[in-house]
Every structure is written in C-alpha cells, then in structure tokens.
Design a protein around this ligand. Structure first.
Ligand code: SAH
Ligand code: F3S
Length: 484
C-alpha cells in the first residue's frame, strides 16, 4: 500500500496501468504512467479523449494495438527507467509490426523529435498540452507518418474534459486545477516541460468535484505544481493579482476561495491538495483550512534545503527564516496539522555547513514525512548553465543517507506521539499483508491498519492508535460511524 503523495518514489518506480474498461470500439490502448500525480491525472484525461474517439483502454500489454508511456523528466533516473522500457517495447514491435508506441508527457516535451529521428524508439511524441491531438496523430501514424506535437500552450487546461477514473480506488480522485509552473527553481525541468502556469475555470472544477461526490468518491485531491498561486481571472497565463484590471479583479477567484467552495460541497468529502510553494502559502488559505474540518490536516511544503544561501542558488524565493515562519503559521492555525516536505541533497556548491543546516531544520520542524532526493543535474536548467554540479557522488549519497536516517526517526517519533489517540480514518482497501485487516488514512495522511469487521472501502471509521512503525499505525476500531 502507498499513501497518495505527489512524489511517492514507490509510484515512480512502479508503473500504474489503467485497467480495462471494455468501452468503445477500435484500437486497444495500453497506458503506463510515471512521475508525479499530475501525470497520473493527465493519463485519465488522455483515456477520456481516446474513449471519446472510439478507442478503449486495456491493462493487458499483449493485446494492445497502441502503447502510451506518460513520462517524467524530473530526475535522470526517471528518464533512464523509461528509456529501458522503450527498448523492451521496441523488441515487442518485432513480433507485432503494427504496434504503435508513443511517448507522452515531460520526456516528450524535453526530447521532442530526438525520440523519432535519432533513436527511432517511438512512432509518436506528444507533449502535455497536445493531448487533444492524439486521435488525429494516431491516424496519421497509421498512414505511415511519424506523429509529433510538442507545442506548449498558454491556455490549455482540459477544463471541459471529464477524466476517465481508471487508475484509482474509487475513493480518491485527482482534479488538476493549474497547469505548468512559472517559478523557475534553478534545478527544475518542469517549467520547460510543462510550460507557463495557468489556472482552470473554477466553475468546471466545482462541477467536476460535485460530480465525483455524486459518484461516491470520498476524497478529492486538487493538483497543481504550485497550487497556492491558483488565480482565475478569465483564463490565460498567470498574472499577479495586482496586475489584473478592475474587471478581472472583480471576477477573480484565488486558491483560498476555490478551496472554500470545494470544501462546502459536502462535509463528508475530504479535500487534499498539493503542491504548496512556501512563498505562496498565505494565512488566508490556512484560515480556510482551519474553518473546514473536511480539508485534511496535512500540508506538503517542499523546503529543498535548510540553508538560505542554497535556497538562493535554487531561486526558491524564501529564506530558512521565512520557511520556518510559514511552519509557525500552520501550527498556529492548525496545531494538529501534519507537514511533509521535499529535500534535495548535494545541490551545486553545497558545503558540509549548508548540509548541516538542512539537518537542523528537519529537527526543528520535525517533519512527519519527507521525499528525499540526490541532486540530479537536468539539461538546460538554470543550475546546469550557471553552476557546477560539484558535490561528489559519494558525498551526495552520504548526505542523503543522513537525511533519510533522520527522517525515519522523525516519522517514527511522529507516529509514536499518536499512540493512544483516536482518529477518523477513511477506509481505502484490504491490507496486502492480512486479508482480515483494512487500511486507510486519517486526516493527517497517516496510514492505519485495523480489523476488517463489516466495513467496506469508502466508510469512515474511528480508530484508536495502538502500535506503530515509521510507516504505519496499527489500531483498533472504537466506534463505527454510520455509512454515508
Ligand atoms: N512543484 C512541483 C515540483 C515538481 S518536482 C510539485 O511538487 O508539484 C518534485 C520534487 O522533485 C521537487 O520538490 C524537488 O525536491 C525534486 N526535484 C526536482 N528537480 C530535481 C533535480 N534536478 N534533482 C533532484 N531532485 C529534484
Ligand atoms: Fe519545479 Fe520549482 Fe515549479 S520545483 S515545478 S520550478 S515550484
């Protein structure tokens, strides 16, 4: 089991395959997704576009006429894994000459025609803003042409496309509310592969959320690369509020007010969101969270480094002190809020003292969870152009291990503090280790395992924490709530 989080390496390592739908006629399409949740959400949009054009999705690679891989470029390892996958598909093609193989997502955008020209690994290359063209591109590939479409858009949000919910558990659904990123962190390839930041029409978001609630979903995860900077003013590329015209200001909707509206759909529906950039995490958003018990007490707030000079080289837009100030604000509004983070070890020029600042910040905050990475230089990013990737590989590795060891300890301590307390848990499924047990998460995003009784996924249940590891809390049911 894994908790649903933006950068879960367990998700990144294991491809998620959309199960068969049995809908539509014509081509059978197999879609494999890697990387962040936005990619998984995009694959559902892709499935929807294909269904509307007479294709069906399949979970069986052997019966596929088309293979799409929705790819991630954020670290070199992610790309290497996908390349390996394409060579496997290439050999599959030897036995099945009509098989069409396509690369979608960030690697398609980053490498463009390299895939087609130099390596001849794929027939189709489609970037994140061009999925509406997939049916036409598939047709032209059938006519013997190679298909490529990698233009980035200032407007595309796929607002009118209702995603085919195939990859989830029927309980949690993703809704993308912004696309792209304007932040330009120096290490990050995302602004180049996903383009300019733009916000989606709030009415279409509310409609999608209501629809999901009516279908029986219990948890909505709002997605955006820098979600707190959501600002709808009528469409188009991101603008600061102060730069809007008077008319745009009047009709504008910011993240706090969107969150408020989504939370009001039903108190029985949980709301999560990711990812927050520290400099855009306003008190207004925290106040809205605190006023709705169904907005989960969990914030993913990537810090990357605990040293202000490193943060400056990363162009993160905040200092160590400013980050700690946001942590203090979160705790002020919601003392029971869990906080997770992303950390990069061995960024360009990182000294032992700078690394020690990351360790001390981790201790000071006491993160409940963290996603931890070694710095991986990405072509054409600002860091690659301006700084030397000069921290030796074994030093990066040692520092990362120190960070991981400390986080394991902090996660264990965080879970231990919960022992004896009772939490409302949303049942997600049957435990993989014991079929007499269920698992689910509390508002703080912690995974609980508890006896099955007569509960089913989608139920809310009160669980008392009895025992824990750094990853899971074992509990007993204290009072089963009525089904909703
Ligand atoms: N704002 C996005 C970030 C996408 S990248 C989001 O969270 O939605 C996710 C994480 O990967 C980053 O927070 C960072 O910790 C890590 N990362 C990004 N580029 C990296 C690189 N070049 N090397 C190592 N880690 C990186
Ligand atoms: Fe990347 Fe920074 Fe945006 S990490 S996705 S450039 S907020």
């Amino acid at each position: 089991m894994h908790t649903v989080s933006q950068h879960d390496e367990s998700i990144q390592g294991k491809p998620t395959v959309l199960p068969s739908t049995g809908m539509g006629i014509g081509k059978k399409v197999y879609i494999e997704s890697y990387g962040c949740q936005m990619n998984f959400s995009d694959s559902e949009i892709v499935a929807s576009i294909l269904h509307n054009n007479g294709c069906q999705t399949t979970a069986d690679l052997q019966e596929a006429d088309v293979i799409f891989v929705n790819t991630c470029s954020v670290r070199e390892n992610a790309e290497l894994r996908v390349r390996q996958r394409f060579t496997e598909f290439k050999s599959l093609k030897k036995h099945k000459p009509h098989l069409i193989v396509g690369v979608l997502g960030c690697m398609a955008e980053r490498l463009k025609d390299k895939f087609l020209e130099e390596e001849k690994l794929v027939d189709l290359v489609v970037g994140p803003d061009s999925y509406r063209k997939l049916p036409d591109l598939l047709m032209s590939v059938e006519d013997g042409k190679k298909g490529i479409e990698v233009l980035l858009s200032l407007e595309e949000t796929y607002a009118d496309i209702s995603p085919v919910r195939l990859s989830g558990n029927g309980i949690t659904a993703f809704i993308s509310i912004t696309r792209g990123c304007d932040n330009m962190c120096t290490f990050c390839v995302v602004p180049f592969t996903r383009g300019r930041e733009r916000s989606r029409n709030p009415e279409t978001i509310i409609e999608e959320a209501k629809d999901l609630y009516q279908q029986g979903y219990k948890e909505i995860m709002l997605l955006g690369q820098n979600i707190n900077s959501y600002l709808w003013y009528g469409g188009g590329p991101k603008k600061e509020f102060k730069h809007l015209s008077e008319e745009e200001k009047t009709q504008s909707v910011n993240f706090a007010s969107l969150l408020n509206r989504v939370a009001m759909i039903s108190p029985q529906m949980r709301i999560r969101y990711t990812t927050s950039n520290p400099q855009d995490m306003t008190d207004e958003v925290l106040e809205i969270m605190a006023s709705h018990p169904n907005i989960c007490r969990y914030i993913h707030l990537p810090v990357q480094s605990g040293n202000t000079n490193v943060l400056q080289r990363m162009n993160r837009g905040y200092s160590r002190e400013a980050y700690l100030n946001r942590i203090a604000a979160i705790r002020r509004y919601m003392p029971d809020c869990a906080i997770s983070t992303d950390i990069i070890s061995g960024f360009c020029g990182e000294t032992e003292e700078e690394h020690a600042d990351t360790i001390s910040l981790m201790r000071q905050v006491g993160f409940d969870y963290a996603y931890m990475f070694k710095y991986s230089e990405r072509p054409n990013t600002m860091a690659q152009r301006k700084f030397a990737d000069d921290v030796l590989e074994d030093v990066k590795g040692r520092r990362l291990q120190q960070i991981i060891d400390l986080q394991n300890k902090l996660s264990l301590e965080s879970n231990q503090r919960d022992i004896g307390k009772t939490f409302e848990v949303l049942v997600e499924g049957v435990s993989k280790k014991d079929e007499n047990e269920l698992y689910g998460r509390n508002s703080q995003n912690k995974v609980f395992v508890f006896p099955k009784q007569n509960l089913i996924p989608g139920d809310y249940v009160w669980v008392k924490a009895l025992d824990c590891t750094s990853a899971t809390i074992k509990g007993e049911i204290v009072n089963v709530e009525a089904h909703v």
